[in-house]
Write a protein of this length. Structure first.
Length: 150
């Protein structure tokens, strides 16, 4: 198969991939992937969209485990998106059953941090470091972990 002599890209809906400044951004949950099998646990990719400001409309994705040791992070996302207060310790036996569609459209806040990727490439990208409840203020500290604004 030979390459086309010319390609015209339709960029009407394309997003730039430039890194955005480290900060906390209001966002909305836009969707979920089907459950995928990871090397240690099953997970879903959650799609977020920044909902205000200069970067409104930029989309970012983060994986959340649905089983294994890190599944509590998904419970934390549910709590922050819905205002619930589920506790993993109280649900170890029965687990938590949710309809991801109930979370679509929920407002949250994304703590974003720039990182070099791939390592030593000089290329910067923005990565979700934490998801907070809507309206929460946070900042990414030097290690990229969410910290409360003071």
């Amino acid at each position: 198969m030979s390459p086309a002599s010319k390609l015209k890209l339709n960029l009407s809906e394309a997003q730039g991939r430039e890194a955005i400044p480290d900060d906390t951004y209001p966002a909305t949950i836009k969707g979920f992937s089907d459950v995928k099998k990871g090397p240690k646990a099953n997970y879903v990719a959650v799609e977020f969209e920044i909902s205000e400001g200069q970067y409104e409309g930029r989309k970012f994705w983060s994986n959340f485990m649905v089983d294994g040791a890190a599944a509590g992070m998904f419970v934390d996302l549910v709590n922050k998106a819905t205002g619930t207060s589920y506790k993993v310790e109280d649900m170890r036996e029965e687990g938590l059953e949710i309809d991801p569609n109930d979370l679509i459209g929920a407002p949250v806040a994304l703590v974003m941090k720039q990182e070099e990727y791939p390592e030593d490439s000089g290329e910067m990208r923005s990565q979700i470091k934490s998801v907070l409840a809507a309206g929460a203020k946070g900042r990414a500290n030097a290690r990229g972990q969410a910290a409360s604004a003071r």
